[in-house]
Write a protein that binds this ligand. Structure first.
Ligand SMILES: *Cc1c(COP(=O)(O)O)cnc(C)c1O
Length: 356
């Protein structure tokens, strides 16, 4: 049976990415060798790195003065690398969920942290609005898409200080004005590649200002100086990332991806909002994520959750179990997920409702 993959991460990848990666594992760039056994200093791999960086730059319209890095350690390492490199006395953070919270925890190791607002009071089911970013902080950090709770900030904020964003789960799903940001980071395993690489877009002129010794590998300058090849990079995820970026370009670029993502999310939210038995966990439409759609059974139907999960599984639907801190269901609609899969889920919800 055809599977419909709604996992939150690692998550669905395009067949283009998977097939080309599989081919390169067998024979990479006609070298007669697997990509798994080729030097990262070979001209063939250098070409992969160069093209991947160039395509990130092209697709996101990254201005001059930025570096594109592919480092190990996941987005979670960036929670520490950002303050290590940027925090001198104080930083401001927006607390919109578990990932934001973890970033705050790391920043506190390096200086004062001003949490400008938090939506913890309602289990992070909304985006705080009335907050002010102070001018006396080194930077403001926020999470664009809260993967666990299904909330998203889809507008680049205007702040009077340097801006840093964790875009792990919604990068490449909307145009971004990169010039507003000093650092954007994203673990690969949601909209880009298999786990193992983190894409970091860093503005050169924000570096070298913190007055502290930084371990070589945790210093962005180490990596920007060497084109992200100071040490052995995560070769295979970078190769896969390049395939995904080519696929994105082929599909028509970021605006087209956004159009498709909006259509997919629109259809699913519409089905939830018009349902008699399901309801969305994020009430405010403006705050709803177009990548991770969270929903539950209405209170009078909660005992049907397990049965719906089994029904969905029987239709080939995979990975819709909600995060344990929210419960219910979460359908992740990353770029590689076709509309067909949303249709199958919506149909399953309707059929299930008709039975009850
Ligand atoms: C998945 C995720 C992370 C964690 O990424 P790792 O690569 O596992 O460290 C961080 N932030 C957000 C928004 C995420 O979705």
């Amino acid at each position: 049976m055809k599977k419909h993959n709604f996992y939150a991460g690692p998550s669905i990848m395009s067949q283009f990415t998977i097939r080309n990666t599989a081919d390169a594992v067998l024979d990479f760039a006609n070298t007669g060798l697997s990509i798994l056994e080729v030097s990262h200093r070979s001209k063939e791999f250098q070409a992969v790195m160069d093209e991947a960086q160039a395509l990130v730059k092209e697709l996101l319209e990254v201005p001059e003065g930025y570096h594109m890095l592919f480092l190990g350690g996941g987005a979670s390492l960036q929670f520490a690398m950002v303050p290590y490199n940027l925090l001198r006395t104080k930083a401001a953070y927006l607390d919109t969920g578990v990932w934001a919270h973890k970033a705050i925890k790391e920043a506190k190791l390096f200086g004062e942290v001003d949490v400008v607002a938090s939506s913890e009071d309602k289990n992070y089911n909304y985006i705080p609005r009335d907050y002010v970013v102070p001018t006396d902080v080194d930077y403001f950090h926020y999470t664009t898409n809260n993967t666990i709770y299904g909330t998203e900030i889809r507008k680049d904020p205007e702040v009077p200080v340097r801006l840093v964003a964790d875009m792990s789960s919604d990068i490449f799903s909307r145009p971004v004005d990169v010039s507003k940001y000093d650092i954007i980071y994203a673990g690969a395993q949601k909209n880009l590649a298999p786990a193992g690489a983190t894409l970091i877009i860093v503005r050169e002129d924000c570096l070298g200002k913190a007055d502290r010794a930084i371990p070589t590998m945790l210093n962005y300058k180490t990596h920007t100086a060497k084109g992200s090849m100071f040490n052995t990079p995560p070769v295979l995820p970078i190769f896969s990332a390049l395939q995904t970026l080519k696929y994105y370009k082929e599909m028509g670029g970021i605006k087209e991806l956004e159009r498709r993502d909006l259509a997919k999310a629109g259809k699913l939210y519409e089905a939830i909002d018009s349902s008699r038995i399901f309801e969305a966990t994020v009430p405010n439409h403006e705050d709803r994520s177009i990548m991770n759609v969270c929903f539950v059974m209405k209170p009078e139907y909660t005992e049907l959750e397990k049965e719906f999960m089994e029904f969905a599984t029987s239709k080939g639907i995979v990975g819709i179990k909600g995060h344990r801190s929210v419960g219910g269901f979460r359908a992740s609609l990353y770029n590689a997920l076709p509309m067909e899969s949303v249709d199958v889920l919506v149909q399953a919800m309707k059929e299930f409702q008709d039975k009850h």
